[in-house]
Design a protein around this ligand. Structure first.
Ligand SMILES: [Zn+2]
Length: 238
């Protein structure tokens, strides 16, 4: 069954419905969804207190030593470098490690927490980024958290900034940059159910891209299958 494993990571702008999409998608796929649950899981596995995870969750710092952390990742938690490491780095590391393990265990949906980065080399992973028009997100957040529009906007901008700096800091990639994901969707246009549907469609087509190497016939311009020797329309040699 290993080849049927599908792990979907969801990066998301605040208020774009990423959490709801993750839950519904996981339900539809009949696989687990890791969001806040991931914190508990990570703490359980690393032996660190869960409270620390909540306090340090997705909060960036300015003194991150990338190479040190990556080095520790490969050598394990018992190394001296790990014991001397600031707690927020330990938290990141534990989550990074947990995400990799969860993805090895079976199909799942993982929302946020740089999961796409942790699973960059995982062939079963599909990395999604969800965004939506600011005005639509304001409406959503204002309603959900009983805020004025102005306050909701403030919260959204701050939260996005926090997520972006956390992501950019720990991953050396750019948060929300389309080229860093397989699929970027506008939840404000698609709605939650539509977004779930699109991600499932994407997953269905993934790995079936054998026509990636199709060629245009130089003579007539017809697109021919990758294994064709002659143009299917005019018969010219390809
Ligand atoms: Zn042709």
């Amino acid at each position: 069954m290993a080849e049927d494993k599908v792990v979907i990571t969801i990066g998301r702008q605040y208020g774009s419905g990423g959490r709801d999409v993750g839950k519904l998608l996981a339900e539809a796929m009949e696989v687990p969804c890791y969001d806040d649950e991931l914190l508990a899981e990570a703490s359980k596995r690393s032996g660190l207190c869960e409270e620390l995870f909540k306090n340090h969750d997705e909060k960036p710092t300015s003194s991150f030593l990338y190479s040190l952390v990556m080095d520790t990742y490969s050598t394990g938690y018992s190394s001296a470098a790990f014991s001397d490491m600031p707690i927020n780095h330990k938290v990141f590391l534990a989550q990074f490690n947990t995400i990799k393990k969860l993805a090895e265990e079976g199909s799942c949906v993982i929302v946020g927490r740089c999961a796409d980065y942790a699973l960059a080399d995982n062939p079963n992973a599909i990395h999604v980024f969800l965004h939506a028009d600011l005005q639509k997100r304001i409406v959503r957040i204002a309603k959900r958290r009983s805020l004025t529009d102005a306050k909701a906007k403030d919260v959204i901008l701050k939260e996005d900034k926090k997520r972006a700096s956390y992501y950019n800091y720990y991953t050396s990639k750019k948060w929300g940059d389309a080229a860093g994901y397989h699929l970027c969707l506008d939840t404000g246009v698609l709605g939650i159910a539509g977004t779930v549907h699109m991600i499932r469609e994407f997953a269905m087509y993934k790995g079936k891209g054998s026509d990636w190497t199709t060629r245009c016939c130089e003579k007539c311009g017809t697109v021919c299958p990758p294994d064709a020797t002659f143009c299917k329309k005019c018969g010219a040699e390809l």
